[in-house]
Design a binder for this molecule. Structure first.
Ligand code: ATP
Ligand SMILES: Nc1nc2c(ncn2[C@@H]2O[C@H](COP(=O)(O)O)[C@@H](O)[C@H]2O)c(=O)[nH]1
Length: 199
């Protein structure tokens, strides 16, 4: 299921940090992380985007292995027990996790690796990778955030309510991150991310 590169031994976390860099992109659901990420990858194909594993059902158009690896809760719990995740969390009723081996491989090879994950996972990464660079994406306002979640039209009312509740908690944690970027004008936000990553 998960991509495994032909590497004989995987470096430890600390060894990896000398070879590559880990970037964590976090922010409330609907703020535009995925959209920013897609544009960033188009402009910088040298980046490695870590495809997460989730127990959420695929949305229309989402492809297994591209957007996420979609698996059952029991399989996810088995992978947790086997230590297969670099971090994982439950978010709005579903599990999400970052495949450990693929990410460590890419860092080992000197890649700039980007994780797009929620707050609890980002906190776990800060503990295991203190040198990771963390970015928190903020909405211009809470009303605009709700509008964006609704405009996506892919979540039930219940899921939207859960995501908005969680968004309030997440936004309060924005100061824990190395940098905060407001995604108001899309191009400006994208340029701000590029500036901190590449300039
Ligand atoms: N700067 C922006 N101005 C207006 N709309 C935006 C902007 N950035 C993103 N959007 C829109 O907001 C909606 C949510 O964006 P997106 O799905 O990327 O959010 P997300 O943070 O990845 O959400 P999730 O964490 O739930 O996956 C999309 O319809 C997207 O087109
Ligand atoms: N802790 C983790 N969070 C993740 C991961 N992959 C995605 N996410 C975050 O989950 C929410 C919901 O995503 P959605 O696709 O259902 O809208 C969002 O904040 C994502 O950033 C992961 O591997 N670990």
């Amino acid at each position: 299921m998960m991509p495994v590169l032909p590497i004989q031994s995987i470096a430890t976390t600390e060894e990896c940090l000398h070879l590559g860099r880990l970037i964590v992109l976090t922010g409330p659901s609907g703020v535009g992380k995925g959209t920013l990420m897609r544009s960033l990858l188009e402009r910088h194909p040298e980046l490695y985007y870590s495809v997460s594993v989730t127990t959420r059902s695929p949305r229309p158009g989402e492809i297994d292995g591209k957007n996420y690896y979609f698996i059952s809760r029991s399989k996810f719990e088995q992978l947790v027990a086997e230590g297969e995740f670099l971090e994982w969390a439950e978010f709005a009723g579903n599990y999400y996790g970052t495949p450990r081996e693929a990410v460590l491989n890419q860092i080992h090879f000197g890649k700039l690796v980007v994780l797009e994950i929620e707050l609890e996972g980002a906190r776990q990464i800060r503990t295991s990778f203190p040198s990771a660079f963390s970015i928190f994406i903020l909405p211009p306002s809470f009303d605009e955030l709700e509008k964006r979640i609704r405009s996506r039209a892919q979540d039930s009312e219940e899921a939207i309510a859960r995501r908005l509740l969680r968004a309030q908690e997440e936004i309060q944690a924005a100061d824990e991150f190395d940098i905060q970027i407001v995604n108001d004008d899309f191009e400006t936000a994208l340029n701000d991310i590029e500036t901190v990553l590449f300039k």
